[in-house]
Structure formats: C-alpha cells, structure tokens
Design a protein around this ligand. Structure first.
Ligand SMILES: C[S@@+](CC[C@H](N)C(=O)[O-])C[C@H]1O[C@@H](n2cnc3c(N)ncnc32)[C@H](O)[C@@H]1O
Length: 225
C-alpha cells in the first residue's frame, strides 16, 4: 500500500473524471475528493480550469510534473494553481502572480496549507517587482485576460530556463471583442513565435468559449538573450 501511495500518478482519470493527487497536508473542499487504492485525489473540473479543459481536449505536451518550478501569471483565487500544486508535489514550487487584491485574499487561504505555492501580489507587467524571488523556472503558465497578453508573456520569458515551456490560455474577448477570434489567435501566435517556438494548440471552446490553449517553448539558444 505504501508503495502504491508513492508511485500513484499525479494526474489520472477516475470513473471518467480527471483528477489530481491531493498534496499531503493540504486542506480544501471534501466534496471534490475521491479515494482510489488509499490515495486521495481531487476532481479537476474542465469548466473551472483551462488546463484541465486542455488535457481532456487532447493536450499532448504535458511537461508540468513532479518537482517543476512554475511561474503562474493570473492566479485568481487559486483553482488551477492548486491542481498544479498537487502535480508538482512538495519538491516543486509555483509562484502565483495576481494583480487583484480581492482575488489575492482567496488565494492566500489556498496557499496556507500548500507550502509549494508562493503568492505574489503584483501586475505581471512589473517583472522587476518579483524578479528577485524567482529562479530557474521550468514552466510559465499564463491566464491573465489582458489586451497586452502577448507582451506580458514575452516580458516574463526572461525567467524561463532555455528549453522551458509556456502554457497559455488566450481569451480573444479580452484582446479585442470586435475581431474574429481566429485572427486574434493568429496575431498572438505570430507575435510570440518571433521569440519562442510554437509547440501545440488545443481548442478548448467546448469548455470555455472564445479561448485557445497554446504551448510555446523557449529556444535553447534564445535570439534575445
Ligand atoms: C481568467 S482569471 C484566471 C483564472 C485562473 N487562471 C484559474 O484557472 O484558476 C484571470 C486573472 O488574471 C488576473 N490578471 C489580469 N491582468 C493581470 C496582470 N497584468 N497581472 C497579474 N494578474 C492579472 C485577473 O485579476 C484574474 O484574476
């Protein structure tokens, strides 16, 4: 049984639902918990989390894993952050950047029992305000719903290790409501692709209207380094 607990996967389908292995010692909503072979999992709702929606919609490049160091831009109340905290486990760390003080109050409660989550109240455009806290980021996760989302991502790219990945939820409505979402996605990808390699796009419209989920990789030899 102990061996089973150690080796249980961090993400799995249970009864047809996606779930993450609950971080030991973390508190949370008991109603979302399921136990399989003595291991506690938390159901991961694709309607509340774009990463869950992307995985269920067929994401192929999942590089967020045990021990990953993640910079999360647009942490909100910590829903998706908490599942990433489950996945990376006690050896990983997730820096949760959020601009809204209201959301930060909820986020702080989630961080209380999850030592691998570090809350940062800041505008993700002001990278200098948190640069000193970060080191060797493997993954950037971005879900900021801002008009200048591409520029924010590129400003934070400096923190990413060469060969590291960016997971991005693009919300077309936050960028320009008057344009065809397909043109917005194309523009976003073309801007970011000047500095990062496009790896995968996943249509998550079934769960979140007007969103595209995209993965980029920072080149090993960055042109802007
Ligand atoms: C769609 S919500 C994120 C939901 C969250 N990713 C989740 O899945 O649980 C977008 C969040 O980005 C935050 N945000 C918007 N602009 C930001 C910025 N410039 N810097 C940091 N956070 C920002 C908003 O306050 C909001 O909480």
């Amino acid at each position: 049984m102990e061996n089973e607990k150690r080796t249980a996967p961090a993400i799995k389908y249970i009864g047809g639902y996606l779930a993450t292995k609950k971080l030991k010692g973390s508190s949370g909503d008991r109603k979302e918990e399921v136990i399989e072979n003595g291991v506690v999992y938390r159901l991961w709702n694709p309607y509340n989390s774009k990463l869950s929606a992307a995985i269920i919609s067929g994401l192929k490049n999942m590089h967020i894993r045990e021990g990953s160091k993640v910079l999360y831009l647009g942490a909100a109340n910590g829903t998706t952050c908490s599942h990433i905290s489950d996945i990376i486990g006690p050896e990983g760390v997730i820096y949760c950047v959020e601009i809204s003080e209201r959301s930060m109050r909820d986020l702080l409660q989630v961080c209380e029992t999850r030592p691998n989550m570090i809350p940062i109240l800041s505008d993700a455009r002001n990278t200098d305000s948190y640069a000193a806290e970060l080191s060797g980021i493997d993954i950037i996760y971005q879900d900021v719903s801002a008009r200048d989302q591409a520029e924010i991502l590129l400003a934070n790219k400096e923190f990413l290790k060469p060969g590291g990945y960016a997971y991005v939820a693009i919300k077309s409505q936050s960028i320009d409501v008057s344009k065809d979402p397909r043109d917005i996605y194309k523009e976003f990808i073309s801007k970011v692709s000047k500095e990062m390699e496009l790896i995968e796009t996943i249509d998550i419209n079934r769960y979140d209207k007007m969103h595209l989920f995209v993965i980029f990789r920072k080149p090993i030899k960055s042109p802007n380094k």
